[in-house]
Design a protein around this ligand. Structure first.
Ligand SMILES: NC(=O)c1ccc[n+]([C@@H]2O[C@H](COP(=O)([O-])OP(=O)(O)OC[C@H]3O[C@@H](n4cnc5c(N)ncnc54)[C@H](O)[C@@H]3O)[C@@H](O)[C@H]2O)c1
Length: 263
């Protein structure tokens, strides 16, 4: 898989989890990388790991002025911007009755409105680059409903709509936009948060939960951070230049059915 040389990339949520690994993988491919995260310390830590002029920027994806600032900083430092990975996200779990309007607002504001604000801020330089690439990180929760996850699924279903509409709107300027939808990956910050919730609700050990989750997957394991980074890097590669508006499930076949009544 070949990544066009000297990509100029901005990664939201790059201080942790998938975003951090994607920052490393892009940097290894020769890209200039700016990491934006609401957690300033983790953004700076990722940039310091990369070295080589990488930027670590504090920014809240819900803030149009923050996102305008980080896009400007990346553009100025790199002489343009042609790659955007939208990985910033928050999780919420709770029954309908337990879910407050504040829970809804926070989840949808970060995961959905934040993606809109981020992509809107980066659209002009992505168009101007003539080779713009956008990848959003969706979720299996953007593909089907789950109990206790009304705001999160709403935000991730919506993100696919945003990605498809952006793909349609920016295609005339050669910008592609695609969405990668992972199943649960227990090693990221969010993955650990979900695991903690499961432990507290199921009364099982973390190991038991992780093994039980793997058994429910057709391929018999959980997603890894590398599975997700591989899919993102594919969309950023030269080989994916004719793919846009695509949603790619990185789920080990979790969406596949079984024969009712048999298994
Ligand atoms: N881990 C999983 O099981 C899983 C599964 C499917 C989808 N996802 C998605 O993957 C993406 C990355 O999550 P992760 O699993 O790497 O978790 P993570 O918690 O390790 O990373 C998320 C990052 O987003 C940052 N962030 C949160 N709110 C922000 C805001 N308002 N502005 C800027 N940054 C903000 C956090 O500080 C954190 O660094 C998320 O969009 C998540 O919904 C995760």
């Amino acid at each position: 898989m070949r990544i066009a040389s000297e990509r100029k990339a901005l990664i939201t949520g790059g201080g942790s989890g998938f975003g951090r690994l994607i920052a490393h993988r892009l940097h290894d491919s020769g890209a200039r990388v700016a990491v934006a995260d609401i957690d300033a310390g983790s953004a700076r830590a990722t940039a310091a790991e990369l070295g080589d002029g990488a930027l670590g920027l504090a920014a809240d994806v819900r803030s149009a002025s923050d996102m305008a600032r980080v896009v400007h900083e990346a553009q100025t430092a790199f002489g343009g911007l042609d790659t955007l990975v939208v990985s910033a996200g928050v999780f919420h779990i709770g029954t309908l009755e337990e879910t407050s309007e504040a829970d809804w607002d926070r989840t949808v504001d970060v995961n959905l409105k934040g993606a809109f604000i981020t992509i809107r801020a980066a659209a002009a330089p992505l168009r101007a680059s003539g080779r713009g690439r956008i990848v959003t990180i969706g979720s299996d929760c953007g593909r089907r409903g789950f109990p206790g996850q009304v705001p999160y699924t709403a935000s991730k279903f919506g993100l696919i709509g945003v990605t498809e509409s952006v793909a349609a709107e920016l295609a005339p300027d050669g910008v592609t936009a695609n969405c990668v939808c992972p199943v649960g990956c227990p090693t990221t910050g969010m993955g650990r948060e979900v695991l903690d919730w499961k432990v507290s609700h199921a009364g099982k050990s973390p190991d038991e939960i992780v093994r039980a989750a793997a058994r429910t997957n057709p391929l018999g394991r959980n997603a890894t951070e590398d599975d997700v980074a591989d899919a993102v890097l594919f969309f950023l590669s030269d080989q994916a230049g004719f793919l846009t508006g695509v949603t790619l499930d990185v789920d080990g076949g979790a969406r596949l059915g079984t024969v009712p009544g048999v298994r």
